[in-house]
Design a protein around this ligand. Structure first.
Ligand code: FAD
Length: 415
């Protein structure tokens, strides 16, 4: 690569980086995107494909203290924090505990719902242009076979209803009539009627296509190695393929952001929330709706000729290894709910690291220490559902437009 120059350089071509690049390119900026791998092969590759504003609750909700202690102790729980002596984990847990308060949770949910609803609108438009994204808005079922699970689903509905998410509580019988693919017994749950889904990898490819169509350039296998600073600004990126100059830079490096923070001596406490997804052949009794099995935290997404089953969140630091026990737990949980064949054939098994901030809210905006650098990282469990909205928000900030959501909750220098 010859040395390059752009108005805006975006680092990272996952759903966040490509959404930012697509929007800035549409607005006429000369945009370059670099990725150390290829487009959409990070955490955005194999996620459940949900675009679901109802899942805007941050991980550290009030009253979670005891639960999180259990996660530390139990390696089989759907959410697990691997105990370790690392200072990074200790700092992360400190901020996690601090964020478990009602005021913080309400503000987070409000901001994340706005970002997610904007995103759903954008994905609908994208789906009209790029049918391969398979955008569908038929709602989502959150179901349970236990009293506690049903109570948690209803609590979630009550929480997000106040900020414009719609849904209705259903009895077990109503759910069985609505979605006959379930194995009885079913106790109850909630149907969120406005939720959408799509093919996550295809959505990223569509955003990348939009970027190129509007004059942007995407450079793959190009790793950001260092940044040159002068007078409180970043002036140049040193990459594995040469130097790149720019006026502004947007960092969208997902769960890899911590090493970048070290490079710039900034505090960006992001750990990876490892999760697995497997593709299995279409079932004889294939569900029609995306399903959240609440007590097992398993996400099931029907696809045209297959089914995606995803789950678990294990807090790790750049560890992509696959733990068979956790994969088996996902299969077992899904087979309690659906008629899976005894010998389940797994067509694809994938692990991804959700970029998790301790307060469950992404970092979006200019960093107060570097005036031409914007962060768009830490989208944890909701990077797809809030990705397109993040693209609009970042573009508005670069264009000096009034942001459509209160920025304070997303402040990149809050830790
Ligand atoms: C099992 C599972 C299910 C999920 N389901 C959903 C869901 O249904 N809905 C939802 O909204 N979210 C879901 N998520 C979360 C979602 O996948 C993430 O929030 C999202 O993909 C994060 O996107 P990103 O662009 O920030 O990161 P990534 O997609 O990881 O992209 C970051 C990119 O930065 C690049 N990069 C890193 N460092 C450098 C460097 N130094 N130089 C150049 N490039 C670099 C990487 O190569 C990568 O391509 C799920 C996650 C998992 C694991």
């Amino acid at each position: 690569m010859q040395n390059k120059e752009f108005d805006i350089l975006v680092v990272g071509a996952g759903i966040i980086g490509t959404s930012v690049a697509a929007e800035l390119s549409r607005r006429g900026a000369k945009v370059g995107v670099i990725d150390k791998g290829t487009v959409g092969r990070g955490c955005s590759y194999g996620n459940a494909g949900w675009m679901t504003p109802c899942f805007s609750m941050p991980l550290p909700m009030p009253g979670m203290f005891l639960k999180s202690m259990k996660w530390l102790a139990n390696p089989n729980s759907p959410l697990h924090i691997k105990p370790s002596l690392s200072l990074d984990l200790a700092a992360w847990l400190f901020h996690f505990m601090k964020a478990m308060n009602e005021t913080q949770a309400r503000r987070a949910v409000e901001g994340l719902v706005v970002l997610s609803q904007k995103s759903v609108d954008e994905y609908r438009k994208l789906g009209e242009k790029y049918p391969k994204t398979r955008f569908e808005q038929k709602g989502l079922l959150m179901v349970s076979r236990t009293k506690e699970g049903v109570a948690a689903a209803v609590e979630e509905l009550e929480y997000v209803r106040g900020v414009g998410v719609t849904g209705k509580q259903m009895t077990g019988e109503e759910i069985m009539a609505f979605e006959p693919a379930f194995r009885p017994p079913m106790l109850g749950g909630v149907y969120f009627d406005q939720e959408a889904m799509g093919e996550p990898f295809q959505v990223v490819q569509a955003m990348a296509d939009e970027t190129r169509k509007h004059g942007g350039e995407i450079i793959e296998n190009c790793e950001l190695i260092d940044l040159e600073m002068s007078g409180g600004k970043v002036t140049k990126a040193l990459t594995s393929q040469g130097e790149i100059k720019f006026k502004e830079i947007v960092i969208a490096t997902g769960s890899w952001s911590k090493s970048l923070a070290k490079m710039l001596q900034l505090r960006i406490p992001i750990l990876g929330g490892k999760g697995y997804a497997m593709i299995v052949p279409k079932l004889e009794k294939q569900p029609k709706y995306p399903i959240m099995f609440i007590e097992k935290k398993i996400a099931i997404t029907p696809r045209e000729n297959s089914l995606r089953i995803a789950g678990t969140l294990e807090l790790v630091d750049q560890d992509f290894s696959i733990t068979q026990r956790r994969v088996d737990n996902i299969k077992k949980g899904a087979s309690e709910l659906l008629y899976l064949p005894e010998q389940l054939q797994v067509e694809e098994l994938w692990a991804g690291l959700r970029p998790c901030t301790p307060d469950g809210v992404p970092l979006i905006g200019y960093h107060n220490k570097i005036s031409n650098m914007m962060l768009a990282v830490g989208h944890q469990m909701l990077g797809l559902q809030s990705g397109a909205g993040t693209g609009l928000l970042v573009a508005d900030l670069i264009d000096k437009k009034k942001p459509f959501v209160d920025l304070e909750i997303f402040a990149p220098n809050r830790f």
